[in-house]
Ligand binder design. Structure first.
Ligand SMILES: Nc1nc2c(ncn2[C@@H]2O[C@H](COP(=O)(O)OP(=O)(O)O)[C@@H](O)[C@H]2O)c(=O)[nH]1
Ligand SMILES: [Mg+2]
Length: 366
């Protein structure tokens, strides 16, 4: 299951944002501490193409794509040195494939701030430093083992290059830079996968605003926004508390409320879409009278990967994939026969790279 972890300082609005995304109703409170088990919830990815396919096929069952969101306890200054929840918290972060980093921009005098003032750039840096510190610890542990072996002249050639790379990464982190800013080859990335480095995970910064903080010139944000631009990082503005209220309403009241506040797209949909994109994920569809289903794949996966996502038998006995792009299907009156005539229905082999929105039927034999 694909997981997206929510990180940030205590009282930045992590649980609020989690509730916006998941509508799970997790506890939101104006004081830090307490519960240490993360909140978890599966979220269906909103997709108008999927909805359209359901309309066309009127299947017995439907299954949209989903992503798991995990709301972690707050990460405070010096967590990596054992403060607060410290390392147990950081191990929850390592199981996530991507991070939503919630930064408090809202003022709200009834909610204390762990650093006693509103300063999004400072807060973002504190959390980033903790993530960097944790990765340094992981590298340090591995390096000391490799150094021991080196002293005994027992390093394999693979370990020699690992040692070299880790030393470079260590230096990079010491300069307070996340590993995602280190140019790694695909092969190096694969070789490092087991370390689950936190600063290698893609990160979307969620700027949690008050209703009063509108327009494009929010003074509190100037510093952080230019820092993120410099680093090529993406951020998204969300009115956490308001959006959470919105998600708790029933659909009719929600539409009314959105009109009153002139919100066109709910923060929830934007957040889920951005997180999905950030994770480097695409959807493909299987459809028929029995079931219409959206499946999640990493971008760049091939037809056998897609088959394996559905069932291991389909990957094992893979013969061919029958593929038509969703847009072509719709453009041809949702008729497979017409798609075939027009040549947009294709038979693809194992190496075919699946595209977002492909409608796929696997031919297999086991
Ligand atoms: N005014 C305002 N208050 C917020 C916002 N987001 C969260 N809060 C409040 O801040 C407090 C902490 O929120 P919570 O989501 O529990 O933070 P967490 O500790 O990061 O999980 C709660 O009292 C929330 O109601 C926001 O966007 N605006
Ligand atoms: Mg919380």
């Amino acid at each position: 299951m694909l997981k997206c972890g929510i990180v940030g300082l205590p009282l930045s609005g992590k649980s609020t944002i989690f509730n916006v995304i998941t509508r799970a109703g997790a506890e939101v409170k104006p004081y830090a501490g307490g519960k240490t088990e993360p909140n978890r919830a599966l979220v269906s990815v909103p997709d108008s193409r999927f909805d359209k396919l359901v309309e066309i096929f009127v299947p017995k069952s439907v299954k949209p794509a989903d992503v798991e969101f995990v709301d972690l306890a707050g990460l405070s200054r010096n967590a990596g040195k054992g403060a607060g929840l410290g390392n147990s918290f950081l191990s929850f972060v390592s199981e996530s494939e991507a991070l939503l980093h919630v930064v408090r921009v809202f003022k709200n005098n009834s909610v204390p701030h762990p650093e006693n003032s509103i300063d999004p750039l400072r807060d973002w840096k504190i959390v980033e430093a903790e993530l960097i510190y944790r990765d340094l610890g992981v590298i340090g542990g591995r390096l000391s083992r490799l150094d021991e072996k080196k002293a005994k002249k027992k390093l394999t050639p693979a370990e020699i290059s690992e040692l070299e790379l880790l030393k470079q990464l260590e230096e990079h982190l010491m300069n307070e830079l996340p590993l995602r800013e280190f140019a790694l080859t695909d092969e190096q990335k694969r070789s490092l996968a087991g370390f689950a480095f936190l600063t290698l995970k893609p990160e979307l910064v969620v700027l949690n605003l008050d209703d009063t903080q509108t327009g494009s010139n929010i003074t509190e944000l100037a510093g952080l926004e230019s820092e993120l631009a410099k680093r090529n990082m993406k951020s998204i503005k969300v009115y956490g508390a308001t959006e959470m209220e919105l998600e708790q309403l029933d659909p009719d009241d929600r539409a009314e409320f959105m009109k009153d506040l002139s919100i066109t797209e709910p923060g929830r949909d934007r957040l889920i879409h951005e997180a999905y994109k950030l994770l480097g994920l695409i959807s493909f569809f299987t459809s028929g009278a029995d079931e219409v289903r959206a499946w999640t794949l990493k971008a760049g996966s091939n037809a056998v990967d897609a088959a394996g996502t559905i069932h291991s038998d389909l990957a094992r006995g893979f013969i061919r994939a029958q593929v038509v792009a969703y847009n072509d299907f719709i453009a041809n009156n949702a008729s497979i026969a017409q798609c075939r005539e027009k040549g947009v229905l294709r038979l693809e082999g194992k190496d075919y790279i699946v595209k977002d929105g492909d409608m796929i039927e696997i031919r297999f034999n086991v």
